[in-house]
Design a protein around this ligand. Structure first.
Ligand code: GLC
Ligand code: CA
Length: 557
């Protein structure tokens, strides 16, 4: 296995809108991020991934970009960005930016031109088709509800938008589009960024025929997945991007890849480095209801979770590189989803157990802002508390069509909405958690008086200090980075346990991911050893031991 800095790194995701407001307008901004860099340095992370801060109408909080080379004024200026970057670099932190090139905003000048006439030079920057029988070109549904096609009156044709109507998909078959993207990427590399997180990059190549898909029972629309995800030319395009841009710099590149399989990951993130350095897969996040069944209250099944994550550990070992995550700006908070946020003690213990379980695996771990505090889902009360376009559109579509009762749908939003990740970062006990002196753009969780960074930084046994310890261990022990993986006790419904091996070292991680006790027979050689890390102060390793609720430890021999 090849060694690389990005394999040894821990990444921290900042969602600028929700991280730190510096001017009291209620919206987090780049100067706010800069002010908090010492906090991230002290946590010990190596890389910061910044969600979009580019010029944007903000209908999808910046994932709808109208100028890739300008900063949205509410986030600051280009000078603010350069300051952030140089200060981060001076603290030894690398900065990865978001690359959103499956689509632009409908306010991007390319689209403004494209929609003007059928023979406009920018027409082929996007995907235009004639309607069929007075309706859209095919039956694909969009990720944010409704048809994936929008009729544009000016020219009488439909454009494809796999997300919101305001997010037209770029036509990657057009070489001019690809060159525009590469030129823009080189421009950011020239400014000094250290990599890209590539938004839904597995979707950039569409099957040219664009056939109808199969509709599920009672559904008007089909999934575009089979014709869009891992499409026919996606690897050709990424190899070209690699030759023209990525190979010229020393970057971390992580593809957000809906529909990723192990086989596909071995191509996107191959060890030869001809495409990306790593990829995000979604399978484990979809275990409590896939994309189409997202709106439910199901809990993940631990046996399925173990089987799934282990499949990725085995499947990529030596061939490609995993990205490890529980949380990001699109996912509810893991402690509310898979842990237990019903009491302070169990919340902290389960947050630590989940952290240990993920951070001792092979791959590059990603921490989403506030995860290191064990931040919980938001305390949303009514529909008016939500901001996310996906949530609001789904609510309208599913309640109007009678698929969901309003009350039930609201409960699903409270559990699963992306807004759960996007509530203000909880810094301290000042009003609005120290996030803003004004009115935050989204409701601050009232539990900030109890869960906040200021308190946790100073408390030895906090979730924050547990994350800090996990990060430090990864930087100290190569077995955590490079070791092989072996799942233990696959049939145990409570314990997630595994071995890692590397150059004569063996690491054992045992996590009770349940609120009940469970008995474990440790493999030979671990009894009597002191744990490397544990989430209870008095864990003693015995040949036969009883793990307490949410108890977790790792040990090295
Ligand atoms: C990705 C982003 C998500 C965004 C979508 C469309 O999934 O993570 O936040 O809404 O792409 O850009
Ligand atoms: Ca602000």
């Amino acid at each position: 296995m090849k060694k690389a800095w990005w394999k040894e790194a821990v990444v921290y995701q900042v969602y600028p809108r929700s991280f730190q407001d510096s001017n009291g307008d209620g919206i987090g901004d780049l100067p706010g991020v800069t002010a908090r860099l010492p906090y991230l340095r002290d946590l010990g992370v190596d890389v910061i991934w910044l969600s979009p801060f580019y010029q944007s109408p903000g209908k999808d909080n910046g994932y709808d970009i109208s100028n890739y080379q300008a900063i949205q004024p509410e986030f600051g200026t280009m000078e603010d960005f350069d300051t952030l970057l140089s200060q981060a670099h001076s603290m030894g932190l690398k900065v990865v930016i978001d690359l959103v090139v499956n689509h632009t905003s409908d306010e991007h000048p390319w689209f403004q031109e494209s929609r003007k006439s059928r023979d406009n030079p920018y027409r082929d920057y996007y995907i235009w088709r004639d309607g069929v029988d007075g309706g859209p070109p095919n039956n694909w549904g969009a990720s944010f509800s409704g048809s994936a096609w929008e009729l544009d009156e000016t020219t009488g044709q439909y454009y494809l938008h796999t997300f919101g109507t305001f997010q037209p998909d770029l036509n990657w078959e057009n070489p001019a589009v690809r060159q525009e993207v590469y030129q823009m990427m080189r421009w950011w590399c020239g400014r000094g960024v250290d990599g890209f997180r590539m938004d839904v990059i597995s979707m950039i190549s569409k099957t040219p025929q664009m056939p109808d898909g199969e509709c599920g029972p009672g559904s008007l629309y089909s999934s575009f997945g089979p014709y869009v995800v891992n499409g026919p030319h996606v690897h050709t395009f990424l190899q070209e991007m690699n030759r023209e841009v990525l190979s010229k710099y020393d970057l971390l590149t992580v593809g957000e890849c809906p529909g990723l399989t192990v086989e596909q990951a071995c191509r996107y993130a191959n060890e030869d480095g001809t495409e990306l350095t790593m990829a995000f897969q979604f399978e484990h996040m979809d275990l409590d209801g896939g994309e189409s069944f997202k709106w439910n209250l199901r809990k993940m099944d631990l046996l399925e979770l173990k089987a799934n994550l282990s499949k990725w550990q085995y499947g990529l070992n030596g061939k490609a590189w995993n990205s490890l995550y529980w949380c990001n700006h699109d996912q509810p908070r893991i402690v509310s989803r898979l842990g237990d946020d019903s009491s302070p003690v169990l919340r902290e213990r389960s947050a630590k157990a989940l952290a240990l379980c993920l951070h001792m695996m092979q791959g590059t771990p990603y921490i989403f802002e506030g995860e290191e505090l064990g931040m919980t889902n938001g305390d949303f009360k009514t529909l008016a508390d939500f901001r996310d376009v996906e949530s609001l559109n789904a609510y309208q579509e599913l309640t109007r069509s009678g698929v969901m009762e309003p009350e039930a749908m609201l409960r699903c939003l409270c559990y699963k909405s992306r807004d759960n990740a996007r509530t203000p970062m909880q810094w301290n006990t000042e009003p609005e958690a120290g996030f803003t002196t004004g009115t935050p753009w989204i409701r601050t969780n009232a539990n900030y008086t109890e869960i906040n960074a200021a308190e946790q930084v100073t408390r030895q046994d906090s979730v924050y200090n547990f994350y800090r310890q996990l990060i430090a261990l990864r930087h100290t022990h190569p077995v955590i980075v490079y070791g092989s993986y072996q799942l233990l006790w696959p049939e145990d419904r409570q314990l997630f346990a595994y071995l890692r091996q590397w150059e004569g070292c063996t690491l054992l991680a045992v996590c009770n991911l349940s609120g009940d006790e469970d008995r474990a027979e440790l493999p030979q050689g671990f009894a009597g050893k002191a744990p490397l890390i544990a989430n209870l102060p008095d864990t003693v390793l015995e040949g036969t031991m009883v793990l307490r609720p949410w108890e977790a430890f790792a040990v090295l021999v």
